[in-house]
Ligand binder design. Structure first.
Ligand SMILES: *[C@@H]1O[C@H](CO)[C@@H](O)[C@H](O)[C@H]1NC(C)=O
Length: 131
């Protein structure tokens, strides 16, 4: 095989692997819901979530608003929130903790970050830090 055709073969395999990778990532494992339940008078929070594979971007979430994103890899997903001079980062999706659940609910409150799998009973998992 000459250099040119092995280069073409290389490009074709790169293409096939990248398409296969996208297909494997395209299946939703769980949906993460984050609700801003801070006191009504506060400004919106800034919220950004990501895994090592995907960055879901920064979003502004007013009090009472919901944000959701899909988990497509069995990987740790972090969310980071900023509210005034307070900041927090927590495990929004933890494969070992959440693998058995299609939905993971979070409530962002003044006294911390609460997890629920049924949107009704809540456990505090993290707290705000002051910068
Ligand atoms: C979760 O519960 C709240 C009420 O507490 C409701 O407004 C919201 O729609 C529920 N979310 C989902 C995804 O069921």
């Amino acid at each position: 095989m000459d250099g040119r055709s092995s280069y073409v073969l290389f490009l074709v395999s790169v293409f096939i692997f990248s398409v296969a990778g996208r297909l494997a990532l395209g299946k939703r494992i769980a949906t993460i819901h984050v609700t801003n339940s801070m006191p009504r008078e506060l400004q919106p929070i800034q919220l950004g979530c990501n895994s090592r594979y995907k960055d879901h971007g920064m979003h502004q979430l007013r009090v009472g608003d919901d944000y959701e994103f899909g988990v497509e890899e069995r990987a740790l997903h972090f969310c980071e929130a900023i509210s005034g001079r307070q900041i927090a980062s927590w495990h929004a999706y933890q494969p070992r903790r959440d693998w058995n659940h299609k939905a993971v609910f979070w409530r962002v409150k003044e006294n911390g970050f609460f997890l629920s799998w049924d949107n009704s009973s809540w456990v505090r998992k993290s707290v705000w830090q002051t910068e």
